[in-house]
Design a protein around this ligand. Structure first.
Ligand code: ZN
Ligand code: ZN
Length: 320
């Protein structure tokens, strides 16, 4: 991976394509995270527990918020939910909701082409984090200009977060977790800053990036054998349910981002949306299962008639 990193950087350096501000920022993020590793041994158990909890709290800001709600509109949410998810998303500090959703919609529309911001055909490192070290391919910029993202700016939560970017996100990511630990159980501010802030942030960044790298390169392809996105249980554990990526690219409008229920496929993000739906805080959850089952019936018929079928099927489990 280091060799890939160095060759990517030297090639783009010669071409004048290095994105210096982002490259320096991502490098700093890793330096601060490394300081957090030995600092863990100085923290109280409450702080370590808090740092661990900050992973799913910030994580749902990406999965339940930026991804399934704002990028894909796979369900609808009331204002309190949207506001809470915006706060969680700021804690994850992966760019504003607007920019994250814009890049993600472009990624889906142009997967594995030059217009895909993290085109996995360029290798694991580029898809994982290398794409952030270089300037965007002109096709990515063009796609971002030509697609319509006006719905995002109709949401006050998206607008206010974009206005406050990056300062509010930096505060929520690094400072707020440290203030909580210092205020409620008397942890040293800097201990919590480096562990619940810097180290947790960097780990969650890599967990998110694994969706673009590992879940586009390694795993099964039961729903669309032709595409790169794959079913990757390991990534689902890291990214709280976002590793069922072959299904997700086939049915991006599906709020579960997986075929089966949470008892069959690890998916806390689906569970949280379901819990909120049971209280009426969210509604209009869309599912891709009907489309898939119809397709499967058609494929079974084709197969019976001797037509070659490229999409694999597997024994059915209970879908919900
Ligand atoms: Zn993808
Ligand atoms: Zn998606």
């Amino acid at each position: 991976m280091l060799g890939e990193f160095l060759s990517t950087i030297s090639y783009h350096y010669k071409e004048g394509n290095v994105n210096w501000p982002m490259g320096i920022y991502i490098s700093l993020v890793h330096i601060l995270a490394f300081i957090g590793i030995p600092t863990m041994f100085k923290c109280s158990s409450e702080t370590l527990m808090w740092a661990f909890l900050c992973w799913p709290i910030s994580g749902i800001g990406i999965t339940v918020g930026a991804h399934r709600l704002w990028s894909h509109r796979s369900y609808e949410a009331s204002f309190p939910v949207r506001f809470f998810l915006m706060l969680c998303n700021s804690m994850a500090n992966q760019g504003s909701l607007f920019h994250w959703s814009r890049d993600h919609r472009v990624h889906h529309k142009f997967s594995e082409t030059d217009a895909d911001p993290h085109n996995a055909t360029r290798g694991f490192f580029f898809a994982h984090m290398g794409w952030l070290f270089v300037k965007k391919h002109p096709d990515v910029v063009k796609a971002g200009r030509e697609m319509d993202f006006s719905d995002l700016m109709e949401d006050w939560c998206v607008v206010i977060q974009k206005k406050l970017d990056p300062w509010f996100a930096l505060y929520m990511c690094y400072v707020m977790p440290a203030q909580v630990a210092a205020h409620f159980w008397g942890e040293d501010f800097w201990n919590a800053f480096f562990v619940a802030g810097a180290l947790r942030y960097c780990v969650v960044l890599h967990f998110t990036w694994l969706v673009n790298s590992a879940a586009h390169l390694y795993g099964d392809h039961p729903y669309d054998v032709q595409s790169y996105p794959s079913e990757n249980p390991f990534v689902s554990w890291c990214a709280i349910g976002e590793g069922w990526h072959n299904w997700h690219h086939k049915y991006p409008f599906d709020y579960a981002a997986s075929e089966f229920g949470v008892s069959s496929q690890f998916n806390p993000s689906k569970l949280i949306i379901d819990l909120m739906a049971s209280t009426g805080l969210v509604w209009g959850r869309k599912r891709g299962t009907a489309a898939w089952l119809m397709g499967r019936a058609r494929r079974d018929r084709d197969r019976a008639n001797g037509v070659e079928v490229t999409t694999l099927t597997r024994p059915s489990k209970k879908a919900d």
